[in-house]
Unconditional design. Structure first.
Lengths: 227, 227
DNA sequence: CTGATAATTTTGTCAGACAATCAATGAGAA
DNA sequence: TTCTCATTGATTGTCTGACAAAATTATCAG
């Protein structure tokens, strides 16, 4: 991942560039499918091509950009098939994270319960932005308590690829609040030390996210590669 | 992944470098933990630093090398903890691959059965190299039939990180032949369309691989980062 | 032998260059 | 007019050479 534990040292040039691009994507100034040229950034940021190229590669590895030989990079845009592929992997890994995190969370459920309370409040008040933010925190909590850096990185990569679609869902689909029932169920299973139930709840939650994303209109997806 | 479907076009320079390094690792000329300098390869292969640096990054993304700022890259060497982390992820993903591949393999089991027969023969004859090769084919078959490129890439990356340890196990541990019982069990579950059984068999198989690797002496592992 | 300092190596980044490839454009053919 | 194809322009892939910062190694005093 681009983000490491220690960020004390002055950020390197490529880190600066990578952060700028990430911010632009997060801020919607760069949209999925959009092409990024090297010159665009060498000029604006006053850095050399080497640094821009490396930043491109790093973000490609992070799942935020997609690279094609001789054609440069684009903000990653998934096809519907790729979304399905991604969610198959994500389901398995989020379920794993829950299993790994369960003992620790069951032993010290306070943070989870606090977060759940905030989720309930946001859902009740219909605050989408807040709910979105909290939803992210919810998932990250499992990754954190799972204490498996590789799992965390892998899930983060998947999450990066999904950023925009997830955002569209949060903005367009009021149904997202219904997913809070999954959160509640999951939280209940954790406190009850019910591993099987937690596994099922997380898989159901992920599957619902997949369905919501797939319900978005075609123009949010890349055309299928294979006819 | 470095390997793509189509390899028709003449290999680019960085591809050449990456392949050379991969071959050196596979051939044991570069051992885990060993440091690679850029000059080493610019000289020997007659290419520029740009290409070597990019090859390093690509192989790092592929899990074969590890990079540290200002310290260059080394052939990736896992700590025991990282091995455990990796196998947790691997178990979940190999199990997923089996689930996804099951329908197709159950419908057309001929290739699987043929491979199983070869495995049995190799195990019976005690041919380690052959068994190792077939074992790899066995796992790749599930990834292939799962028809999920992302899953395939992710598992390949994990496999790359494990290359050397897996190799040592194959060379040092006669117990590997016992794992063929898992193959047989798995094959049986596939042909019987027993999803739950296949899942359990694969997880058991992966867990055994983890135990075998962890049974290797300490000098095959990187020292733990955090005490 | 130990620790501090200097010399050497290596990486990170920059600048400029050129060929290969891709994208767009416009001319000619149907 | 519309389609096809060659020309043009932009962009990427790669090379060369350079330099400062950081890390590694060698050197030397205590």
């Amino acid at each position: 991942m681009t983000a490491t534990v220690q960020e004390t040292d002055s950020p390197s040039t490529v880190e600066t560039v990578a952060d700028a691009i990430t911010a632009a994507v997060r801020g919607g100034r760069l949209v999925p499918g959009q092409r990024l040229t090297e010159s665009e950034f060498t000029g604006r940021l006053g850095v050399s091509r080497s640094s821009v190229r490396e930043a491109f590669r790093r973000l490609t590895a992070d799942g935020l950009l997609a690279a094609e030989p001789h054609r440069g990079v684009t903000v990653r845009q998934l096809s519907r098939r790729e979304v399905d592929n991604l969610f198959e992997v994500r389901g398995a890994l989020e379920a794993l994270a829950v299993q790994l995190a369960l003992p620790a969370l069951n032993a010290a459920p306070a943070p989870l319960l606090a977060l759940q309370a905030e989720l309930d409040a946001a859902a009740g008040a219909g605050e989408m932005n807040r709910f979105s933010e909290l939803n992210g925190r919810f998932h990250r909590m499992f990754r954190l308590y799972a204490e498996n850096p590789l799992l965390d990185e892998t899930l983060t990569r998947l999450s990066n690829s999904l950023y925009w679609l997830q955002f569209r869902v949060l903005v367009d689909r009021a149904e997202v609040f219904e997913t809070n029932r999954h959160h509640q169920l999951l939280t209940a299973c954790i406190t009850a030390d019910d591993a099987a139930g937690a596994d099922a709840a997380m898989r159901e939650h992920v599957e619902t996210a997949r369905r919501l994303i797939q319900s978005l209109p075609d123009d949010h997806f890349a055309p299928a590669a294979h006819p």
